[in-house]
Design a protein around this ligand. Structure first.
Ligand code: NDP
Length: 491
């Protein structure tokens, strides 16, 4: 018998395929020991600093400036000067050139930014590389396109810039949130003072290099780092004309109270507790992928995360079985490993919050499922978790966990799904899975959510407006709608 014809029985078929690690090199990023505040195009030395770390192993990365109210005042003054000294009267086509340049430089330096984002924030490199960076550049490209077309965007309304915009962003999408805020503000002729989140300042500070490379005039964009006190000083500064905030509902409410009666413009993009609704005619495997993407993307640190899964009763068992099987294949670990699906939790404080809410779910009677998973010893980690047997009243069905934790509930009819989905103080996003177009439209019209995805989840595009109802905030970012908060009109 020829060698090839012999039965190959003795060759064992591998049953357990493991991934070799594929770490992205961090050498591409030069992190300085100490960063100042970026004011008027120069680095200002802060009186006080704090340490920023890598959540994957708690490694100290750099000393970061804690901007005082006086520093914030200097940044606002620099922004005011730049506004008055030419930026606000620059033709839109000239402003657009700077935005295009910034977009191009972000693309050119995207690997450097992606590595730094994953290092400082904990998100998997494949997400920062394939989602955060391309989208951040796309926002600058998109709003560059609007800069000289504002009269066409708002016909007969004669748009003007608002002035100095104070922008406060969270830690879940540090560079992308910066792009969401800065691109429309500059396109409309405003100048900016931006405060990144305390735990994730590094990509915003690297972005200052991009501003210099793009030769943006000093003072048009100023970056002040620090904790909540720096944010509060920016809100309270009397020379700021508009505040744009993304973060928790609690801080959003506080900002709204402080600005009441001041005449300052305000947009708030706050928390969420999105319903992801699966009907019995949905393509189940596709839905499972959407559910996983909806809640485990970016460790669930997503304001529009699909954290409440509503499953039609007749498919509950097969869907949950498929979901639990899929969870076993998620790779949790080093954010810089290109194979990682779920990275590190952003901070010790956020990990405590997730643990506390998960303990409340167990205490209140929900059934917990966590796949077998070896977590790294150092750093902040949480196993992707599914809760079944969840009642609507449980805290895990009501409160934003902002972690990789899914609560599964059931429904029988579309009306019941709708009622349960809308039974939340939030209203940021929702998902519908069904093969019937008419049902998608019927549900989408009635769901009280700013964004409704159908047969997909967590899709973003700069042309599409994003924002919430009720305690999820007000105002829209993205698209033509995203220009309006940065403009005033002669009417
Ligand atoms: P915060 O709302 O505290 O943080 C958002 C931003 O606001 C940060 O830059 C923060 O600074 C700043 N800030 C804090 N206090 C004030 C203040 N009084 N005035 C002005 N700015 C302020 O969110 P946390 O980071 O504390 O997260 C807490 C919870 O909020 C999370 O568990 C999650 O549920 C939710 N969250 C929702 C987000 C969303 O996109 N909807 C984003 C982030 C969090 P600093 O970083 O120094 O605190």
């Amino acid at each position: 018998m020829a060698e090839l014809d012999k039965p190959q029985r003795e060759v064992g078929v591998p049953r357990d395929w493991t991934y070799a690690s594929a770490p992205e090199s961090r050498d591409i990023v030069q992190i300085r020991e100490r960063y100042g505040l970026f004011v008027g195009g120069k680095w200002l030395e802060p009186a006080e600093t704090y340490e920023t770390i890598a959540p994957r192993d708690e490694e100290p990365l750099a000393a970061i400036g804690q901007a005082s109210p006086a520093d914030v005042g200097s940044a606002v003054a620099a922004a005011r000067t730049a506004y008055a000294d030419g930026w606000s009267s620059l033709p839109g086509s000239e402003r657009a050139k700077y935005l295009f340049r910034i977009a191009r430089i972000l693309q050119e330096r995207s690997r450097e930014f992606a590595v730094l984002e994953s290092l400082n924030g904990g998100k998997p490199i494949k997400e920062s590389r394939d989602v955060d960076l391309p989208l951040a550049a796309a926002h600058f490209f998109y709003y560059a396109g609007w800069a000289d077309k504002l009269e066409y965007a708002f016909p007969n309304r004669r748009p003007h810039p608002v002035g100095v915009a104070g922008q406060i962003i969270p830690w879940n999408f540090p560079l992308l949130m910066l792009a969401w805020k800065i691109a429309p503000a500059l396109a409309c002729g405003n100048t900016v003072v931006l405060k990144p989140a305390e735990t994730t300042p590094l990509t915003a500070l690297l972005f200052c290099d991009v501003l210099r490379q793009a030769e943006l005039p000093g003072g048009v964009v100023n970056i002040v780092t620090g904790d909540g006190r720096t944010g509060a000083a920016l809100v309270e500064n009397e020379d700021v004309d508009k505040i744009a905030f993304t973060g928790s509902t609690e801080v959003g409410k506080e900002i709204q109270r402080r600005l009441a009666g001041t005449g300052k413009k305000l947009t708030l993009e706050l928390g969420g507790k999105a319903a992801n609704i699966v009907f019995d005619d949905a393509a189940l495997d596709q839905a499972v992928e959407g559910i996983v993407n909806g809640i485990y993307f970016n460790q669930g640190h997503v304001c529009c995360a699909g954290s409440r899964l509503f499953v039609q009763e007749s498919i509950y068992e097969p869907l949950v079985a498929k979901l639990e099987r899929r969870l076993e294949t998620l790779r949790v670990g080093d954010p810089l490993d290109k194979n990682t699906d779920v990275g590190a939790i952003n901070s010790a404080a956020q990990l405590d919050k997730i643990r506390e809410l998960v303990a409340s779910g167990v205490y209140e009677g929900a059934e917990i499922y966590q796949p077998p998973c070896v977590l790294p010893e150092k750093g902040y980690w949480f196993v992707p978790t599914v809760f079944t047997n969840v009642a609507q009243s449980y805290r895990i069905a009501q409160e934003e966990i902002f972690g990789p934790v899914l609560s599964v509930l059931t429904f029988r009819t579309p009306e019941e799904a709708l009622e349960k989905a809308n039974n939340t103080p939030y209203g940021l996003s929702a998902g519908i899975w069904t093969e019937k177009g008419s049902r998608i439209l019927w549900m989408a019209q009635r769901l009280r959510a700013g964004v409704v995805w159908a047969n997909t989840f967590n899709r973003f595009d700069p042309t599409s407006p994003f924002g919430g109802y009720k305690e999820s905030g007000f105002g829209r970012e993205g698209g033509l709608h995203g220009l309006e908060p940065y403009l005033r009109f002669d009417e």
